[in-house]
Design a binder for this molecule. Structure first.
Ligand code: AP5
Ligand code: MG
Length: 217
């Protein structure tokens, strides 16, 4: 079993890279953002709470997210997993440590996608996503546009702009990343599992850096 974690700001390309890695290696993609967006559509009080947090760019409660991840990890059917969006603070990182003790984990890779604010700011403004499968596109970047304007390549469903993709919420998410998540870089560096990735490049250039590390080159 191999595991991958991303420490990367919003719109750095975590979802995009996760899809490429899963296509190549058959790992399971566990995106906390996707899981929460799905949960926010249920008809209950928890859904309202989650929606409010996502729409304001704040983190949801640690316990709720840890429960979601724990369930996913226990039902894994693949020989690898990607945690996209988890852990996001030290409490979550320590909980993950405990959870993976029960796994026969050959290697944990932590990819820090290092990318400037001005670059991610540009990326999120063009993002359109599929409300059904979560596929991510970018209407401003030729190589990332859907084949048919505004429709998902896989589902043929009309693409949407995420409710939290507005300048105010995005800036809040970026600030939270700097305060809560970025400190995990030194946490994982001390454990000797951190890999720095230049995230200012195009998707395939970023993917190639990741593949080289996974292939041990
Ligand atoms: P989440 O959905 O995880 O949002 P995020 O962390 O802000 O990350 P994004 O999904 O915005 O960006 P991404 O890095 O996946 O980039 P993408 O590949 O789409 O979380 C949402 C919310 O859920 C949080 O705010 C919080 O409320 C809650 N939450 C989630 N996890 C939580 C946790 N653990 N604890 C508590 N709360 C939690 O790419 C972005 C765009 O750029 C796309 O258009 C893409 O096509 C394009 N693109 C990608 N790569 C490139 C490239 N190299 N060059 C040019 N364009 C590119
Ligand atoms: Mg994402």
């Amino acid at each position: 079993m191999r595991g991958i974690i991303f420490i990367a700001p919003p719109a750095a390309g975590k979802g995009t890279q996760s899809d490429l890695i899963c296509d190549k290696y058959g790992f399971e993609h566990i995106s906390t953002g996707e899981l929460l967006r799905d949960a926010s559509e249920e008809d209950n009080l928890e859904a309202l709470y989650i929606k409010e947090k996502i729409d304001s760019g704040e983190l949801v409660d640690d316990e709720l997210i840890i429960e979601l991840i724990d369930k996913k990890l226990h039902n894994l059917k693949t020989n690898g997993f990607i945690l996209d969006g988890f852990p996001r603070n030290l409490v979550q990182a320590k909980m993950l440590n405990e959870m993976i003790k029960n796994f026969n984990l050959k290697q944990l890779y932590v990819f820090n996608i290092d990318v400037e604010f001005s670059v991610v700011m540009q990326r999120f403004t063009g993002r359109i996503t599929c409300p059904d499968c979560g596929n991510v596109y970018n209407k401003l970047i030729d190589e990332l546009k859907p084949k048919k304007d505004n429709y998902c390549n896989d589902c043929d469903v009309m693409l949407e702009t995420r409710a939290d993709d507005n300048e105010e919420t995005f800036t809040k998410r970026f600030e939270l990343y700097a305060d809560e998540t970025e400190p995990l870089i030194s946490y994982y560096m001390e454990k000797g599992v951190l890999h720095r990735i230049n995230g200012n490049l195009d998707t395939m250039q970023i993917f190639n850096q990741i593949v080289n590390i996974l292939e041990g080159e």
